[in-house]
Design a protein around this ligand. Structure first.
Ligand SMILES: NC(=O)c1ccc[n+]([C@@H]2O[C@H](COP(=O)([O-])OP(=O)(O)OC[C@H]3O[C@@H](n4cnc5c(N)ncnc54)[C@H](OP(=O)(O)O)[C@@H]3O)[C@@H](O)[C@H]2O)c1
Length: 218
């Protein structure tokens, strides 16, 4: 099994890369800052340097040879304003979709967001733009013929993983650790029976293996 992670040096992406590598999977991915390559290599993770906003789909596709699953875990992460969100979370995803199609990658997992995230707070135009771009990215992926899965985690924390979550088509937005998001993604990668589904993810009572298994054949 070979997985390519766009955003492999990110909070979720790096955790996922380490999990898959230690389980013996082949892993590659795109990282933006040159120094991140050394850090990933120190954890036994091979990755590819490149800026998603400067790559076209045919160029990205050349890195996807033999890839079974493409994971899109990149995001502007609050840097660069609305233009960066549009370029990375929005256009970046459509570039990845097109690259998957060109390279014959059958499956694409997208790390998205709850559309109603933090509606209990006063939200800014910047946050509204982020949610709008994320929702349009979900729609773009759901319109493809790929074996897609859209995973919408609640607010991410760096607390240690609990191994327990709630995973379902509709949940109330709370929190979830990046460790647990990565562990759910790793399970989903190895559960091809879950396809063309939107799943929301929060911290919860269910062991991750049970939570994922329960979503097969629903
Ligand atoms: N924060 C939350 O509470 C929350 C909640 C739900 C969903 N999400 C979504 O979850 C996803 C993963 O979150 P995270 O915390 O892992 O994010 P993160 O730590 O910011 O990781 C995102 C990665 O994407 C990379 N990236 C950004 N622009 C790029 C470009 N042009 N080319 C290549 N790589 C690029 C970043 O590179 P650099 O390291 O160089 O910046 C970073 O490593 C994001 O899409 C986010 O929108 C976040």
């Amino acid at each position: 099994m070979k997985t390519f992670i766009v955003g492999i040096a990110g909070g979720v992406g790096a955790r996922l890369a380490r999990l898959l590598t230690s389980a013996g999977d082949q892993v590659d991915g795109l990282y933006r800052r040159p120094e991140q390559g050394e850090h990933l290599a120190a954890h036994g993770v091979h990755a590819t340097h490149g800026d998603l906003t400067r790559l076209d789909a045919p160029t990205l596709a050349t890195h996807l040879d033999g890839t079974d699953v493409l994971v899109f875990a990149a995001g502007a992460g609050g840097e660069g304003g609305t233009a960066a969100v549009t370029a990375i979370d929005g256009t970046g995803l459509t570039t990845a979709i097109e690259a998957a199609r060109l390279a014959g990658v059958p499956r694409l997992l997208l790390v998205s967001v709850f559309p109603e995230a933090w509606r209990d707070r006063e939200v800014s135009d910047t946050f509204e733009h982020y949610i709008d771009v994320k929702k349009k990215a979900d729609a773009a992926l759901a319109a493809t013929d790929l074996d897609w899965v859209i995973l919408r985690p609640a607010a991410l924390t760096n607390d240690p993983g609990t191994g327990r979550v709630s995973l379902a088509p509709a949940l109330i937005h709370t929190q979830v650790t990046r460790d647990d998001v990565a562990a759910v993604l790793a399970r989903l990668i190895h559960t091809p029976g879950i396809r063309r589904r939107i799943l929301e993810l929060t911290q919860g009572p269910d062991p991750i293996s049970d939570a994922v298994r329960r979503q097969i054949e629903k």
